[in-house]
Design a protein around this ligand. Structure first.
Ligand code: G
Ligand code: G
Ligand code: MN
Ligand code: NA
Length: 246
């Protein structure tokens, strides 16, 4: 397809952009960011993952593209962010995890940047965990010392058993549990997931925080890590880096 041909050249033409959405800790302190891929298409302008990730997976281009995202992210951790304790999270798709060489490539990248692995977070959606072969691969990645986050937690085919078997470090509380209607009913599912994370000693990042009400609710529940439009939108890498001076 045309999209496939264009995607094939997008890396060498330097058309991908790394956007970062800040994540904040208590008191508004910067905790880190989630890397969100964008494609500066020569004719169509800035595209989001929804416009091309499925095609990239279909034509097996997600591996080089995913490697580009990792490389860019690690270069940030090793470069401008070296003397900080900021965490950077990268979304990893099922095709990347099905690749038996993926953990070795991540390890090589970490080593080539001489990076302590714990500041890298790999975000995976829980539906991915039922894919054969994926659990052992996540275990190999975790053994490298990096963090594994369950993205969109509570919305997939989750089984709590996975939390026990998988060495997860972080849960990302999905925004559906914080919609205004749920919040008026005191969001029992959000509170349960928060309690679950606490009982298991997992870090919890609330995502899709769009209003002051949601942020207040989360703070009352003791949630300190937040990400969402209320706090900051995904922004170009260079804009994010300016936050370091502030
Ligand atoms: O900002 P947003 O539109 O970026 O992201 C939409 C979806 O695309 C999210 O579910 C996110 O997990 C996914 N996504 C964003 N960046 C990447 C990436 O680098 N790799 C993969 N596989 N998915 C990504
Ligand atoms: O990987 P994941 O599916 O979690 O990607 C997060 C997605 O949510 C990205 O598309 C990102 O741009 C988007 N996003 C980030 N903050 C908000 C928010 O406050 N509200 C909404 N609706 N979407 C958000
Ligand atoms: Mn994510
Ligand atoms: Na998410």
């Amino acid at each position: 397809s045309r999209l496939e041909r264009e995607l094939r050249d997008a890396i060498s033409r330097r058309e991908f952009r790394l956007y970062l959405q800040p994540q904040f800790a208590a008191g508004g302190r910067l905790h880190g960011a989630e890397a969100l891929l964008r494609w500066m298409h020569p004719e169509r302008g800035l595209l989001g993952p929804g416009d091309f990730i499925a095609e990239a997976e279909h034509c097996r281009l997600i591996q080089p593209i995913g490697d580009w995202v990792l490389e860019e992210t690690l270069a940030l951790l090793a470069g401008p962010l070296r003397d900080t304790d900021l965490m950077l999270a990268v979304n990893v798709s099922v095709q990347q995890l099905r690749d038996p060489d993926f953990p070795a490539r991540v390890e090589a990248l970490l080593q080539s940047h001489a990076l302590p692995p714990h500041r890298l977070v790999l975000e995976v959606v829980e539906s991915l965990l039922v894919t054969p072969g994926v659990m052992p691969r996540l275990a190999s990645l975790h053994a490298l010392g990096l963090s594994i986050a369950l993205d969109d937690f509570g919305t997939g085919y989750s089984s709590l058993r996975y939390l026990q078997e998988l060495e997860v470090d972080e849960i990302k509380l999905d925004k559906v549990f914080l919609d205004p209607l749920k919040l008026r009913q005191d969001a029992p599912l959000a509170r349960s997931i928060i309690a679950l994370a606490r009982a298991l000693g997992l870090r919890l990042v609330a995502e899709g925080v769009e209003t002051a009400d949601q942020a207040d609710f989360l703070r009352r529940q003791g949630v300190t890590l937040m990400q969402g439009y209320y706090l900051a939108r995904p922004e170009p890498k260079d804009i994010f880096l300016r936050r370091l001076d502030a």
